[in-house]
Design a protein around this ligand. Structure first.
Ligand SMILES: [Zn+2]
Length: 514
């Protein structure tokens, strides 16, 4: 037996948890287009409600695995320390995209059967991970060559050397991403013999729809069923947003559905995502735009809790990267979210992410240096994905990319002791820590808001956003290290002291030092 859970094993594991009475099964949030239930579970009965999802991208199976571990851990009350289950109610949707999960794990089962011993499976996963690395290495090499050649080209153009210009331009062409679906990436090679028949006949609707997609779009390379992020309609739930740039450009006629749209990421550079397929397609241009059931399921739950006034936070788990994404700052005008709300949520989010990140590590022997980074990116990043939209509408939406080892779906299982264990242990602890101290985190964000109030202008300037992230980062670091030093006994005193310090201005600090 190995650690990979195919769709039916995941279902059994969840049924078992419910049967043991440790967790409540609520009514399914939705049924997918091809009839799979989107299950919903809860624990606790408090008035602050937390939502936790895994496998929005079907192939990010590590995130479903993590959410199920979290459910198991928190349901053993003695282990829920730091989280008071009469204060909180936690909603779990371990597999938001069951169709994608089924497709991806059916493909995996072709090369890693259920009865494959753990060590052997681990080796296969490591091999897959190494192939990802080599695909990435090739991409990095091409990018570097491209940059060098562009410099040479500029020089040749300056010198007016026509022959040289031609020669360099030709070489530049060779460094561009390889978009030929016949040229399989290393990771695709490993699954090239797996086709739609891997999906059990029992799920005939899904099996048939995947067959149709692969037939209708022969430009989809072989060896991609395992990275099926999308649902069985070939629509990626995360990309399924009316604010997705590709969708708006197609609908406005600016982009032709027969054009090609590739991910910049060279690893996926031979997958055209303008039409349904494994990854990144937000809608089917032939069928028109609609919100997919996976997205309406989570959107409905968040909206319901928000209207009740009980939505505390949303932890959205994805597969790989070992990072947290900070929310966008630029809300669509029609949502009429005012600047104060925007800043309040941004600061809440950043502060809670700081607490979360504090307990993460990729390497247990070097926890400080291998913490997950919070990617703030461009401060005024626009809303493009479905989750971006949730992030501007609701408070504390924490997006975690779990595994330090890349290569969905099986890369994260390529080193059980060094990667799998670290990501499970550290994120379980990070979740408890972030929720346990979310009231402290809230005070930090409020104090920070006071500090920046006069800096808030009509326009969201990236400089200011960066500056504030810096200030908050320092404040959270300071407070969390004090909390660690003084322990939980005096946490309230320490917190009050910390808030006072954060609120004090330069002059006060100088006086104190004198
Ligand atoms: Zn993802």
């Amino acid at each position: 037996m190995n650690k990979i859970m195919d769709y039916e094993q995941a279902e059994q594991r969840l049924e078992q948890m419910v049967a043991q009475g440790r967790i409540n099964q609520e009514e399914d949030l939705e049924t997918t287009t091809y009839g799979l239930p989107i299950h919903h579970y809860t624990i606790g009965n408090g008035s602050k409600e937390i939502v936790v999802t895994g496998a929005t991208h079907g192939c990010e199976i590590i995130s479903a695995d993590f959410v199920m571990n979290l459910m198991e851990q928190l349901s053993k009350r003695e282990n829920a320390d730091g989280i008071n289950l009469s204060e909180y109610k936690i909603h779990f949707i371990p597999i938001l995209n069951p169709e994608g999960y089924l497709i991806s794990t059916s493909a995996i089962r072709q090369i890693i059967p259920r009865d494959m011993p753990s060590e052997e499976a681990e080796k296969m996963c490591k091999e897959y991970y190494m192939r990802y690395i080599s695909d990435d290495a090739e991409a990095i090499k091409r990018n570097r060559e491209n940059a060098e050649l562009r410099k040479e080209l500029a020089k040749a153009e300056e010198e007016g050397n026509g022959e040289e210009i031609n020669r360099i331009q030709q070489r530049i062409q060779e460094t561009l991403p390889d978009r030929d679906p016949e040229h399989l990436k290393h990771f695709q090679e490993m699954f090239k013999g797996v086709d739609y028949t891997c999906i059990p006949e029992k799920y005939s609707g899904i099996r048939e729809r995947v067959r149709e997609i692969l037939t209708q779009y022969p430009d989809i390379p072989k060896g991609i069923l395992q990275i099926w992020s999308a649902n069985a309609n070939g629509i990626d739930p995360q990309a399924n947003s009316e604010y997705n740039d590709v969708i708006t450009r197609i609908l406005s006629g600016e982009l032709d559905p027969n054009d090609q749209v590739f991910k910049n990421n060279l690893r996926y550079s031979n997958i055209n995502s303008i039409h349904p397929g494994p990854i990144n397609c937000g809608f089917d241009p032939e069928r028109g735009f609609k919100i997919e059931p996976e997205i309406s399921a989570i959107a409905g739950l968040l909206q319901e809790l928000s209207e009740k006034g009980t939505l505390h936070s949303y932890f959205n788990y994805h597969g790989t990267g070992g990072v947290l994404y900070q929310r966008p700052m630029d809300a669509p005008k029609e949502l009429s979210i005012n600047l104060n709300e925007m800043w309040t949520r941004t600061l809440q989010n950043f502060s809670l992410s700081q607490f979360y990140a504090r307990r993460t590590y990729k390497n247990a022997n070097d926890r400080v240096h291998t913490r997950y980074r919070i990617l703030t990116g461009k401060g005024s990043g626009k809303v493009t994905s479905s989750n971006d939209l949730f992030r501007v509408k609701y408070p504390r939406d924490i997006l975690v990319e779990l595994s330090g080892m890349g290569g969905n779906p099986i890369g994260p299982y390529g080193d059980l002791q060094g990667n799998y264990k670290n990501l499970m242990d550290s994120n379980l602890e990070a979740f408890r820590f972030a929720v346990g101290y979310s009231d402290v985190s809230e005070k930090i964000s409020k104090a920070s808001y006071k500090m920046i109030q006069d800096k808030i202008k009509d326009e969201v300037s990236e400089d200011i956003v960066d500056e504030i992230y810096g200030i908050m980062g320092t404040a959270s670091k300071m407070l969390t290290s004090w909390l660690e030093k003084f322990g939980t006994k005096t946490r309230w005193q320490v917190m009050e002291e910390g808030i006072k310090r954060v609120n004090r201005n330069e002059t006060d600090r100088d006086e104190e030092e004198r």
